[in-house]
Ligand binder design. Structure first.
Ligand SMILES: C[S@@+](CC[C@H](N)C(=O)[O-])C[C@H]1O[C@@H](n2cnc3c(N)ncnc32)[C@H](O)[C@@H]1O
Length: 224
């Protein structure tokens, strides 16, 4: 009855069961980390596709680790790094890494701040599902999200694009020539994101669709 009451009050089902499926993995999940979403499975899949053999990938804002852990699981040849600013979210990522026995370097830091310096200019793929909800969209969020998932995982200033822009600017210093930036975006952000990537000097910006055909993945190459 306690579970039913919490669910009726809007607690996400995955916080109550403590489990979330993502690609081939079953992840432990709970308050403090975003519940991994099906659309993010396409983003992780694209990162796996573009990553060259024995490539290096950084997952910025790894949360409970769905993207980083899936890449490590499906591409054991890769070097996988996940960064995260929230200690609470990072605890879930560490728990999942331990439980699944996967090789991911987890770094508690702001964006790329704690990534080892020798990796500058050598990273093949930067992938992120950043917070991208704008303040003006707050009232439209379902109660499961607005009242239960962490603010820091959801909201970003400047129409939801501040964190995305900071990632795109910083990623230029970490990607190798020809390296790929991949980011989940809100479905109304495609136009402005494509223009921003071009403005920042990325080439061939493209917006990919998720499984239901919404423009949700931004992809571009860095020509350093
Ligand atoms: C939308 S959630 C994505 C979580 C997970 N990657 C996923 O796809 O389910 C965004 C994540 O970015 C983290 N984050 C927000 N700002 C950050 C920053 N400046 N540096 C690192 N991580 C950040 C949040 O704590 C949150 O875990």
């Amino acid at each position: 009855m306690d579970l039913v009451r919490r669910r009726a009050a809007g607690a996400p089902l995955q916080y109550l069961t403590g489990l979330a499926g993502f690609r081939y993995l079953e992840l432990q999940i709970g308050p403090g980390a975003l519940v991994p979403r099906p659309e993010t499975e396409s983003l992780a899949g694209r990162a796996i596709e573009v990553l060259p053999p024995r490539g290096t990938v950084i997952d910025v804002g790894t949360g409970a680790g769905p993207i980083a852990l899936s890449i490590a699981h499906e591409r054991p040849d890769a070097r996988v790094i996940g960064t995260e600013i929230s200690e609470q979210a990072m605890q879930w990522a560490r728990k999942n890494r331990g439980q699944l026995g996967l090789d991911v370097e987890l770094i508690l830091c702001d964006l790329f701040e704690g990534v080892p310096n020798p990796l500058r200019g050598r990273v093949d793929v930067v992938v992120s599902n950043p917070p991208y909800v704008s303040e003006s969209e707050r009232d439209a969020l379902p109660v499961e999200v607005a009242d239960h998932e962490p603010e820091i995982a959801l909201f970003s200033a400047r129409d939801g694009l501040e964190i995305f822009e900071r990632i795109a600017v910083s990623a230029k210093g970490w990607l190798r020539d020809g390296g790929v930036l991949l980011s989940e975006i809100g479905d109304r952000q495609a136009g402005v994101v494509a223009r921003l990537l071009t403005h920042l000097g990325y080439t061939s910006p493209a917006i990919r669709e998720d499984l239901v055909g919404r423009p949700r993945i931004a992809e571009a190459r860095w020509r350093g």
